[in-house]
Ligand binder design. Structure first.
Ligand code: ATP
Ligand code: MG
Length: 461
């Protein structure tokens, strides 16, 4: 349980084991999905293109093999076999997906393989070519002119042009995909900011309400969901406000009832005990007068006994007065608040003559009896605390009207509150309860420079 602004809050609500941030989720999730999507699409493009390149180059290679096999002149023909082989190599080399060239018996190329990549083709970077290039297939056709072997016609698979084509698509698709992902992340972050901004506004309103400001309202919103959330929060604030008003009303009624009851008890005590004490005193006076005529051995004892009875009677009368005054200050309703406080100061000066008590009350202040009684009790308890706990030598009571508030401050030069755990005393608690019931605010004793200040601000009604 946690106490804030006088209210008790139950913090024992089960918390989820792990808390997630919406902002992080909307940043990390689209980023991870984007990266995964990009990687998957890239892998699919590369794999499919690899298979296609492999199949196409293999097919072109087989066609080239068949063409060479058909067109290669036999070794015993009287033709220019080398020239024809070179012509075939040139034609095959011009085809897509294959390259061909002629080498002599030592393996030195006689016909430079022509570049299979046209000028318009964009050359793919090394890593991409490495990823796409299938295993190279090669075949050697012997060029001979009986009885001599002149060289070989070499035919090989050549996927360079196909790889260049795939690369051209790839280099457009991948940046587009990256841009789409960035746009998606930006959009989801934008949405999250939009939601979080609205949530913060509602949160601010809730925070203010939690600190007691029930006039604060969640702002209206154009989004249906947030508008309904704001409506709910505002309805809660209105409900709390009405509950608080009802509470205060009940507390005021309770206080009124309690004060009335106390006043009645005080009056009953006064009316019952007053005549009885008076009769007792009168009878005692008579007994003392009669005892003067008594002589003999028991006279001194009787005199002592009557004096003891007189002392105890005075003590009972003082106790009864003090109890009645405690229940309801006797002068309440018989004078102004300033006069009552003046009487109080005089009483305390009598009890503790070593303490200097000043009363500074410049303007005439007045409130209903309930409020005046609360101020009176506040000053009495503060004086008592300053002398009892603070061991003060000088106390100053200040009372003035500030707008519609009666501000009463009690300053003392004592040692101030110890700062330890609050005691089990009822004094400050009683003042706080009365203040709340009457819509007043109470500041318990606090150090201000070298002084201890206790303050009560009571609405002047
Ligand atoms: N002027 C003061 N100077 C120093 N300490 C103070 C002063 N006023 C209050 N205190 C401290 O605050 C505590 C609470 O005061 P409170 O009046 O509520 O209880 P109490 O005086 O101990 O008991 P009770 O008033 O019920 O007889 C005191 O015990 C004291 O430690
Ligand atoms: Mg006290």
């Amino acid at each position: 349980m946690r106490q804030e602004s006088g209210f008790l809050f139950d913090t024992a609500v089960p918390q989820p084991k792990r808390l997630w941030s919406l902002h992080k989720i909307v940043t990390v999730v689209p980023l991870s999905v984007g990266v995964a999507l990009g990687a998957t699409i890239a892998a699919i493009i590369i794999l499919n293109a690899r298979i296609a390149i492999e199949e196409e180059t293999a097919s072109a290679f087989r066609t080239a093999q068949a063409t060479i096999a058909v067109r290669m002149p036999p070794s015993f023909a009287r033709a220019d076999t080398m020239g024809e082989a070179m012509q075939i190599a040139h034609e095959i080399d011009a085809l897509r997906h294959v390259s061909a060239h002629v080498v002599d018996n030592k393996g030195t190329p006689l016909l430079n393989p022509s570049a299979s990549v046209s000028m318009e083709d964009v050359e793919a970077p090394g890593w991409f070519t490495w990823l796409m290039r299938p295993e190279v297939k090669a075949d050697y056709f012997t060029i001979s002119h009986y009885p001599n072997v002149l060289g070989s016609l070499v035919v090989e698979t050549d996927p360079t042009d196909e790889i260049s084509e795939v690369w051209e698509d790839f280099r457009i698709i991948m940046p587009l995909l990256a841009l789409t992902c960035i746009a998606l992340i930006g959009m989801s972050m934008g949405f999250s900011n939009l939601i979080l901004r609205r949530l913060h506004r509602v949160q601010d309103a809730l925070g203010a309400m939690r600190h007691g400001d029930l006039e604060r309202r969640a702002p209206p919103d154009h989004l249906v969901e947030f508008a309904s959330l704001a409506d709910d929060v505002n309805a809660l604030a209105i409900h709390l406000k009405s509950q608080r008003a009802e509470n205060e009303h009940l507390q005021t009624r309770l206080l009124t009832l309690a004060e009335t009851e106390r006043a009645k008890i005080a009056s009953d005590l006064h009316d019952d005990m007053g005549p009885q004490l008076f009769a007792l005193n009168a009878a005692l006076s008579q007994a003392i007068a009669a005892a003067r005529d008594v002589s003999g051995s028991g006279a001194a004892q009787l005199d002592d006994a009557l004096r003891a009875i007189s002392t105890h009677t005075d003590a009972v009368r003082d106790s009864a007065r003090s109890a009645i005054n405690d229940l309801r200050p006797m002068l309440m309703g018989c004078g102004s608040l300033q006069e009552l406080l003046g009487e109080l100061v005089a009483e305390f000066t009598e009890i503790a003559p070593e303490v200097t008590i000043d009363l500074d009350c410049k303007n005439q202040v007045a409130a209903d009896e309930l409020a005046e009684t609360a101020i009176y009790r506040f000053v009495r308890e503060s004086l008592l605390n300053a002398i009892r706990h603070g061991k003060a030598q000088r106390i100053r009571i200040e009372m003035h009207l500030a707008e519609d508030l009666i501000v009463t401050k009690v300053r003392d030069d004592g040692r101030g509150p110890s700062g330890r755990l609050p005691s089990r005393g009822h004094g400050l608690t009683g003042i706080r309860d009365r203040a709340r019931a009457l819509g007043a605010s109470f500041d318990p004793p606090r150090r201000v420079g070298a002084e201890t200040v206790t303050e009560l601000r009571m609405p002047a009604r």
